[in-house]
Write a protein that binds this ligand. Sequence first.
Ligand code: ADP
Ligand code: MG
Length: 467
Amino acid sequence: MVTAVAQRLASQRKEIDDTLAAFALSPTQLQEVKAKMHMELERGLKKDSHPTASVKMLPTYVYRTPDGTERGKYLALDLGGTNFRVLVVKIRTGMRNSVRMYNKIYAIPLEIMQGTGEELFDHIVQCISDFLDYMGMKNTRLPLGFTFSFPCNQTGIDKGDLVCWTKGFKATECEGYDVVDMLREAIKRRNEFDLDIVAIVNDTVGTMMTCAYEDPKCQIGLIAGTGSNVCYMEEMKNIEFVEGDEGQMCVNTEWGGFGENDNIEDIRTRYDREVDGGSLNPGKQRFEKMTSGMYLGEIVRQILIDLTKHGLLFRGRITERLKTKGIFETKFLSQIESDRLALLQVRSILQSLGLDSTCDDSIIVKEVCGAVSHRAAQICGAGMAAVVDKIRENRGLDNLEITVGVDGTLYKLHPHFSTILKDTVRELAPNCKVDFILSEDGSGKGAALITAVAQQLESNSKFFSAL
Ligand code: ADP
Ligand code: MG
């Protein structure tokens, strides 16, 4: 009997190991992810492949990072993260580290996120109105930077059509329409105040700009939060679909879409496909769904359901709770994987989710979380290695020193994600010395800095055309 029990345990162990093995990528596989990302970055930049590229490579019309001469008082909106916020940002004369912000968080109810576009933008304007009242600023017409963290096909710093919603948003009659126009129209409908909308800003770009304000070597912005995305300074001559060959422009890669052309199916698992199938945008944002906060918990939940089905967890009982989408948030990965957390505490976290676990269960759940977050950080690192090596090649350098500005709760709070990400970049891009610095509210401060840079550029060009 002892032998029989031992055999059964060994075969159960093997089943668990086999399941998790699909998440362990070899150095060769990671090299392949890097090479494929590099290819997609290139495809996104070329005129003929740009319109259909999985990595969209959207121009941002941000031509340079801040140089410290920016100043003024700005209004900023931050839409597309966990919280919708309205902010006032004051940048004082020339001195670095002298940005002051006042902000207020507003809820966007689910029925508005997924209602009509008109309702969504009316709600946004209602929140701005409340904020201006609160600040006693209804009659001051400030320049506004709108951080809108979704893919936008920009044709200017203040012109951009929403390509598609991502993350939890799905308001109707927005895709294909100009975001700034929709905001302007909602302001007109309300007929209560006026705003000077200067710039539409992706959160990655705001993050890069915020860090670049402190560190001129910062030419990349990374988000590892609800979503996953990167922007970087590209040579104008490489951006084939934008006029001009001089200087640089920041490109919003929208790398979350990587994989939409089926080129990473070899590393996707059935659990990834399950999460994708149950999402608001099946088939889209495949890389994002393997790397970002909105989805990692869901991948874990799918694995736990499968292991339970096979009698390997929770005594084979699939509870209603376990069947509930979203119960397993990514913050639980951080808690469960914390090195200081004892197994008993893992058990109490699971209990709080209504999952009655044994000590063995707790060990297995911790392994599952580790496998999912480890892969996420590694492929994110492989993607980043492709970006830094591309920049190095662009400049014809043997070695490159560069800084990445980062934002996102997954990066900031997960106990291992950032370390694994950095290690992977070091291994896959050995000729680049890459520093990572945390951005402090890129979506607010960055939007103001972009607005300031855009206004300087506009007044310069007016000055030169007057000459
Ligand atoms: P956003 O990207 O929306 O601006 P955040 O950077 O705060 O916002 O990211 C929110 C995401 O981070 C959510 O998907 C959430 O599940 C995840 N998250 C929240 N807390 C943690 C945590 N402690 N560890 C890892 N992920 C977390
Ligand atoms: Mg954000």
